[in-house]
Each structure stands twice: as C-alpha cells, then as structure tokens.
Design a protein around this ligand. Structure first.
Ligand SMILES: Cc1cc2nc3c(=O)[nH]c(=O)nc-3n(C[C@H](O)[C@H](O)[C@H](O)COP(=O)(O)OP(=O)(O)OC[C@H]3O[C@@H](n4cnc5c(N)ncnc54)[C@H](O)[C@@H]3O)c2cc1C
Length: 506
C-alpha cells in the first residue's frame, strides 16, 4: 500500500494538469491511467508505422492567459501556428466554413438561397419563445431551411439521435454568439477579404466566436506531445504515474478523513493506495460505481449517457489530397462525419512526403453495429466512402488502422442536468475531498483549456485547504469572459464561490 497526499484518476489534460501543478508545489501525488501506453486521454496522439494522428483534430485555443501560459511552460519550444481551413461537404458540393457569401449563394442557387432568407425572416417574426431542443434553438437563429442544410444531418451523425431530443444547452454552448446576422456579415467579409480575420470572427458585440477561429496553436507532433511533456515533468518533480491501471474501488473513511483506493493493472494485479484528497477525471458514471459507501446519487450517475467515436486512419498514395485541416461531411448518404487531413495539422504528422494520412471519423454507441465491426470491415467502409465522396480511389489507399474511443462525448439529453446536479450536491455534502474535474469527470462538453482550468482551480482549492473556487462555475462565459492579460484574473474573480440555492445550476 502506498500513500500520497493527492490521488489523481486519469492522465488526460485535466489529471496531468493537476498532477503537474501539485508536484510543482511539492505535494506528493499519485496518478493512475487506464491506458497502458498513452497519456493525454482523448487529447492523445496515436501512432501507426510512424504516422501520427489525433482522436479528432485538437486545436489549442484559449482566451485564458493562465492556460496559455501553462501550455508554454510545459512545452516551450514545440508549438507551431497553423492556419485553419475547413469546409462542409453536402449534396456533392463544398462550402467554405466559415461560410463565404457568394460561394454559398452559388452552391445553393438563387431560389434555395431566397427560400433560406424567407424561412429565417419567418422565424425572426415568429420565434420559439422558449427553445428547449437543439432544433428549436438553431431554427430560431438561422431559420428552418438553413437548419436542415447546415446543422441537422451532421448533428444527428454526431449524437445518433434526433435534433428534437438534443438539449438546446449544447447549441448555446457550441454555437454561442452566432446567428444568421453575424454569419452573413462574416460570410460577406470572407468573400471580400478571405484572410482578413486572423484570430477569429466577431459577433455583434465584438466578442470572438470560438467556432470560427481562423488560426490556432498546435504542438508540432500533435497534442500528445504536450501531455507526454506534462507526464515527464510530473515524474521529474517527484510524482508517480501508473500506466495500465484502472480504478476498481474508492472507499471513504469519514472518521480518519482518508480515502483507500484499489486499482487493477492490465495483468490483473490489484494495487492499494491511500490519499487525503482524490481528483477524478474518470467518467462520473464509472466513478460513482466505485465509491463506497454507495453514494445516494448513484442512480443519477447510472443514467448519464455517452457517445463513442472511431477514427479510421487511411494512408493514401497521394502527397496532398486537399488543403483543409478537416472537412465536415453533412452528406447523409455516407456514415463518415468528418475527415481529418493530418499533414495540414502539422507536416511532422506524416513521415513520408509522398503519402497522405486521413482520419475518417465515425460517431457511434458502444455495442452498436459500427462499434462492433472488425477493423477490416471499418477500413473497408472508410475506403468505400472516401471513394464515394471522390477524394481518393480504392486503389490509392495503401494501408489503414482503427482507433476506438469510448465515451468521447458526454450526452446532453433532457435529464443530464438534473442528474449532474444531484451528483454535485451529494459529493459536496458527503465527500468534500473528492474533486471532479475535466470533460467526462464533470460530464461537460468541453475543450482541453476548460478541462485544465477546472484542474488548476481544484489545485488552488486543495493548496488553500478550502473551496475558494466553485469549479462548476468555469463555464464558457466565466472562462472567456474577458480576453487579454487581465482575462485569467477576471475569470478567477468570476468563479469565486457565491452562495447559491441548493439544486440550482450555476
Ligand atoms: C473528436 C474530438 C475533437 C476534439 N477537439 C478538440 C480541440 O480541437 N481542441 C481542444 O482543446 N479540445 C478538443 N477536444 C476535447 C478534448 O479532447 C477534451 O476536452 C480533453 O481531452 C478532456 O480532458 P480530460 O482530462 O478531462 O479527459 P480525457 O481526455 O477523457 O482523459 C481522461 C483520462 O482518464 C483515464 N481514465 C478514465 N477512467 C479511468 C479509470 N477508471 N481509471 C484510470 N484511468 C481512467 C482515461 O483513460 C483518460 O486518459 C475534442 C474532443 C473530441 C472527442
């Protein structure tokens, strides 16, 4: 049995941020990571015969100066600035994304464009006063016709459910600040001055719209480079990281104020640890299954749902297939949702100049037909669909491999908020030294910077010995409230604990 002050579950961005900062302050810290090989979680960089690829492309963009400073502290030499180029493929045509007005008009045709405007004006006159679903929210902002062309098919591929069953929360978080007016203003600017907006486009109030950022930082060998460096620095500072080690049980002794943790290694060995504080970035559903005594909120945790994800990396015998970083495939006749072009992310991702490496992304549920398909079947499907879209022929594709990612997306269904609230209240009342951080750790559809910020504030709380910050208040608004040098300080101010009624979401 080994003891540390803090025990961290998961060596993804949230877990490693916490471990790095704690060990930097001399706090003894142990991390367990289920994956036997990779740190970085969903932000890892996988490799196959020297080809490197992300689980989805991972842009590094944050308005939080504290987060950006930490990226540079951990990986000072290896960031490159990359232009963002992405398009939408729909009905046999490519649309720049962000949209360009004249190109969109040309692709849609004058009649369809006119109908889109009329349907938008109708929704402006008769909006849904209280949009509850994704469909209602987007139709309010863009009109029904544009919703069905640019949002419906892709969103339903991602979530595997109807846009009428997806909460408006997701749209409000992901497409925040964007409506048809801003999109049209942008589209016009993009048509006239395509390179004019280096740092992202602006909404009416001048706020930068994250969805449309036009350049980003990227480690030259992918995001995994960042998390490998964080793990190495954590170890150099005295921290321990056990790879291939999965949480089994988490028992709280209230009298001793101590956690006893058991974990299983890939060869079946059970290891036991003790710690005063536990930071968890594991999916809440799994975590709450492990906690003893059984938490009262366990039934809520059991109801949380996830969407899973497969990347089929194809190595193509062509040097450069297209200039985009990725293409959204809205086309309903194929299952692929997005295609990444890894050389556009960084030339160092592809070891041979004569070859291209593409990532065809499929969204699925663990246990469904796609998830259960063999690697050979998935590679066959990806080759067929790439040919159907017209980006390469079957014979151009030399090789391929499959990477499966369980629980890539926490699902925002109509009950998730209530369930997460119930769990929060339970943990706050009964397990104050259990700290939830990160994406599945908080059931939050977040980016790396948000996952990191929740870990950074948790570390501050642990070091202070009291909850100075309510990490549940680190939402997109709080974190990105103020840009620039004072941003981090403002963000920190805006997440200071304020009394709130029980059960109310911040
Ligand atoms: C397709 C896609 C594209 C994305 N693109 C971007 C992007 O462009 N930019 C960006 O910033 N973010 C992006 N993200 C989001 C980013 O991947 C996440 O925000 C980030 O990885 C979350 O970090 P985390 O540490 O909270 O969780 P994770 O990355 O999920 O890491 C959790 C870690 O905990 C481990 N773990 C889980 N359960 C256990 C257990 N029981 N025992 C031991 N270990 C366990 C896991 O193996 C994993 O390593 C994207 C995500 C997806 C799915």
């Amino acid at each position: 049995m080994s003891h540390s002050d803090v025990f961290v579950i998961g060596a993804g961005p949230a877990g490693l941020t916490a471990a790095y900062l704690l060990t930097k302050e001399g706090v003894s810290t142990t991390v367990i990571e289920a994956d036997p090989t990779y740190v970085g979680g969903i932000s890892r960089t996988a490799s196959y015969k020297g080809f490197l690829f992300d689980i989805g492309g991972h842009r590094f963009f944050s308005k939080s100066k504290e987060v950006v400073d930490l990226w540079k502290e951990i990986l000072p030499q290896d960031f490159i600035e990359r232009p963002r180029l992405s398009r939408i493929y729909y009905d046999g045509k490519y649309y720049s994304y962000p949209l360009k007005a004249f190109e969109a008009l040309n692709n849609l045709g004058v009649v369809e464009s006119g109908l889109c405007v009329l349907s938008f004006m109708y929704k402006q006159a008769f909006p849904n006063e209280k949009p509850v679903t994704f469909h209602e929210w987007v139709a309010n902002q863009f009109g029904e016709r544009l919703f069905s062309i640019f949002f419906k098919t892709y969103t339903e591929k991602v979530w595997g459910m109807s846009c009428d069953d997806i909460s408006a929360d997701w749209a409000a978080q992901r497409i925040k600040g964007l409506d048809l007016w801003s999109a049209m203003a942008n589209a016009l600017r993009n048509s006239i001055a395509p390179k004019g907006f280096k740092d992202g486009t602006k909404a009416h109030d001048g706020e930068v719209i994250k969805t449309l950022i036009e350049s980003f930082q990227y480690p030259r060998k992918g995001p995994g480079m960042m998390w490998d460096a964080a793990a190495a620095k954590t170890r150099a500072q005295g921290g321990t990281i056990h790879m291939g080690t999965t949480l089994k049980s988490l028992a709280h002794d209230a009298a001793a104020d101590l956690w006893t943790i058991t974990a299983e290694t890939t060869d079946g060995t059970i290891r036991t640890f003790t710690a005063r504080d536990v930071i968890s970035s594991a999916p809440i559903r799994e975590l709450m299954e492990s906690v003893t005594p059984t938490p009262v909120s366990k039934p809520s945790a059991e109801k949380l749902r996830y969407r899973d994800f497969i990347t089929v990396a194809l190595i193509v015998d062509k040097p450069d297939l297209f200039p985009d970083n990725w293409i959204y495939i809205h086309e309903p006749s194929v299952k692929v949702g997005r295609i990444q072009n890894f050389r556009s992310w960084s030339p160092e991702m592809v070891p041979d100049e004569k070859l291209a490496c593409l990532g065809l992304e499929y969204f699925c549920f663990e246990g469904d037909g796609l998830w259960g398909a063999s690697d050979g079947e998935l590679i066959g499907l990806a080759k067929k669909e790439l040919e159907q879209i017209g980006l390469a022929t079957w014979n151009d594709i030399k090789d391929g491999c499959v990477v499966r990612q369980k629980k890539a997306y926490p699902v925002y269904d109509d009950a998730y908020r209530f369930n997460v609230d119930t769990i929060r209240e339970d943990i706050a009342a009964n397990y104050p030294r259990l700290h939830l951080v990160g994406r599945n750790g908080m059931h939050k559809y977040n980016n790396q910077d948000h996952a990191m910020m929740t870990a950074m504030l948790t570390v501050k709380n642990i070091l202070a010995g009291k909850d100075q910050y309510d990490i549940w208040n680190v939402n997109e608004d709080a974190e990105y409230h103020e840009a620039g040098a004072s941003g981090a300080e403002e963000a920190l101010k805006s997440v200071r604990l304020v009394p709130r009624p029980v059960g109310k979401v911040a």
